[in-house]
Structures are given as structure tokens and as C-alpha cells.
Design a protein around this ligand. Structure first.
Ligand SMILES: C[S@@+](CC[C@H](N)C(=O)[O-])C[C@H]1O[C@@H](n2cnc3c(N)ncnc32)[C@H](O)[C@@H]1O
Length: 222
């Protein structure tokens, strides 16, 4: 799995984040990788990823390599992507190069914001955050992680999220096919008292990846 580096602009579009939703919020970016969302966001954000157990120079190299390998994968599978949101390839590349640089600089300046942690077990107390964001781990890698793992991972994020959890995208990496167990998983989450919603987002890149999953956090349990 690549350590990719999406920017705050990409996060805002993938999670359809309005400025008022972030104002004053405590946010967890769970599976943050080399994203610059933490570095770029003025509100309190913690980034969590098992890759953070490695040192800064190893992580910087992994993030740079992740960008190069990601670009190559997109060129090799050009028919699976659309460019309406980015506009041009060079605009996307510039975003990702800038994101890696900001991530590496912030990791050095504020190491306590980057916590080594792996789903489905997070080292945070209940309700530690208002909002938990999860980009390109759940569902993306559903060929490696089964429905049971996803259920544990979502419930764990909901445990630490007071308001809600947002997950993007809802399709498999590579093919962009729907994840067969998503409807059953949502039923399980609803049965556990967590309202779910699949909402269309403004971000466009991987074909078929147009929706995020919103799961109610602990304060909104029914
Ligand atoms: C494709 S990257 C996404 C990074 C970032 N969210 C983004 O959108 O650019 C997936 C990340 O998930 C991390 N990861 C792998 N297994 C994980 C787990 N069990 N819990 C949390 N993160 C995990 C990897 O280390 C990697 O950095």
C-alpha cells in the first residue's frame, strides 16, 4: 500500500467539508499517510497512521516514492480516471508535490500531531474528536480487509468521534467496482445505533468514486 499525500484542497472536496464544519473542531485524520491536511488546517488536527512508527527520513522517502509510484499507476490505467476536478495533470502533480513538502515540514515541526496507530485499535479516549476522516483505506482495500474488519474499524472511529466519521471512497482500488459488503455493513452499523448516509461529493478522479459514507459518532447514537 502506498503512502500517498493528498492535500487539504483534495480532502475538502473528497469529504465535502464546509468551513463552518471545521471551525473550532477537533479532527482526526485516520490513515493520514503523507497527507498535508494536518499541516494545512488551522483547526486542531491529529494524523494517525501505522507508517509513523518509522523515522521522519524514512517517511519522507516513502511519501516521495508514493507520489512517483501513484503517478505511474495513473498513467498506466488512464481510462480509470477523469480530470474534471483537477483540470490538468500538472495541477494534480503540483498539489501532490506541495503536499509531500508540507507534510515532511510539519512532521518535523509538530511531531506530536503524528501518532503511530493502526485500525481497528486507536490509542485515543472516547469522544476525543468531533470529526474523523478516513481517505483511501477502508473500502479501497476491501480485497485485503473483510467486512468484519471494516465493522471493527468504523465502530472504533465512531467511538472516538463525537459528531461523525466520514469515509471516502466507497469503491475498490484499481477496478473502481462497488464493495459487495457495503450495504450489509451499513445495516450492521445502523443496528449498532449509528445512523449512516452515503452522500455525493464534489471530488472527481477515480471513475465511480463519487460518494462518501457518513457514520454518526457517539453523541448522535440512536
Ligand atoms: C493510500 S494511503 C492514504 C493516505 C492519505 N489518507 C491520503 O489520502 O493521501 C493509505 C494509508 O493507510 C495506512 N494504513 C495501512 N493500514 C492501516 C491501518 N490498519 N490503520 C490505519 N492506517 C493504515 C498506510 O500506511 C497508508 O499511509
Amino acid at each position: 500500500m502506498l503512502v500517498t499525500s493528498r492535500s487539504a484542497a483534495e480532502y475538502h472536496a473528497m469529504f465535502d467539508l464546509a468551513p463552518e464544519e471545521l471551525a473550532g473542531a477537533r479532527v482526526l485524520d485516520c490513515c493520514a499517510g503523507g497527507s498535508s491536511f494536518t499541516a494545512e488546517t488551522p483547526t486542531f488536527v491529529v494524523a494517525a497512521d501505522p507508517a509513523y512508527a518509522a523515522g521522519r527520513s524514512v517517511l519522507a522517502a516513502a511519501a516521495h516514492q508514493g507520489r512517483v509510484d501513484g503517478d505511474r499507476m495513473i498513467e498506466d490505467n488512464a481510462d480509470r480516471f477523469e480530470w474534471t476536478w483537477y483540470g490538468t495533470r500538472s495541477r494534480r502533480t503540483a498539489m501532490r508535490v506541495g503536499a509531500v513538502e508540507r507534510f515532511v515540514a510539519d512532521l518535523g515541526a509538530r511531531p506530536s500531531r503524528y501518532v503511530a496507530a493502526a485500525l481497528p485499535d486507536l490509542p485515543f479516549a472516547d469522544d476525543s474528536f468531533d470529526l474523523v476522516l478516513c481517505s483511501h483505506l477502508l473500502f479501497t482495500w476491501a480485497n485485503q480487509f473483510d467486512q468484519r474488519w471494516h465493522r471493527r474499524a468504523v465502530l472504533e472511529m465512531a467511538r472516538v468521534a463525537r459528531r461523525e466519521v466520514r469515509v471516502f471512497p466507497l469503491v475498490l482500488q484499481g477496478t473502481g467496482e462497488p464493495v459487495p459488503f457495503l450495504p450489509a455493513l451499513c445495516e450492521e452499523l445502523e443496528a449498532a445505533g449509528h445512523r449512516t448516509e452515503q452522500r455525493k461529493v464534489p471530488y472527481r478522479f477515480q471513475r465511480g468514486a463519487n460518494h462518501m459514507l457518513i457514520v454518526a459518532g457517539s453523541s448522535a447514537r440512536v
